[in-house]
Design a protein around this ligand. Structure first.
Ligand code: SF4
Length: 150
């Protein structure tokens, strides 16, 4: 299974914010650290705010921060939410597959997709920034760390 670029970028944003403590990064900072376009990052940030996983603090020293729910969020839950419930194969595409009403493979692929999500369920966003990832993120973005906090 292949994640969409949107989901991958959302996980990168969450990881970046998971290592920020006092130096709240802006959307532009996160985009620069992750070497992705600002416009893509802004869309991801808006979605993560909508889901209550991150919030923006205004004013001096303001920026993006992970909410407690965001830090404790299950990676499997985030991926499910962002990827949606669609099948991994488009059986009803422009020309519908003639096997779709009685296809064993279709059911097997659905189970495999769920197993993929389930394997990510035990991991939290905070788990993703344990060493060596957290220190590497700090090295490329600068600032103090909240990595590994309960
Ligand atoms: S073979 Fe099965 S899984 Fe593949 S497109 Fe056809 S119905 Fe879907």
């Amino acid at each position: 299974m292949r994640l969409t670029r949107f989901t991958d970028l959302a996980l990168r944003v969450l990881m970046r914010l998971a290592v920020a403590e006092e130096d709240l990064p802006t959307t532009r900072d996160v985009a620069a650290t992750m070497e992705v376009p600002y416009t893509h990052t802004a869309k991801v940030v808006a979605k993560l705010q909508h889901l209550g996983l991150i919030e923006a603090r205004r004013g001096r020293g303001g920026g993006l921060t992970l909410t407690p729910a965001g830090r404790a969020a299950s990676v499997g839950g985030v991926v499910r939410e962002l990827e949606g419930a669609g099948d991994v194969v488009d059986c009803d595409g422009t020309v519908a597959c003639p096997l779709r009403s009685a296809c064993i493979l279709r059911g097997a692929l659905r189970r495999a997709q769920e197993a993929f999500f389930a394997s990510l369920d035990p991991l939290t966003v905070n788990d993703l920034v344990a060493a060596p990832t957290g220190p590497l993120l700090l090295g490329i973005s600068g600032g103090s760390t909240g990595a590994g906090r309960p």
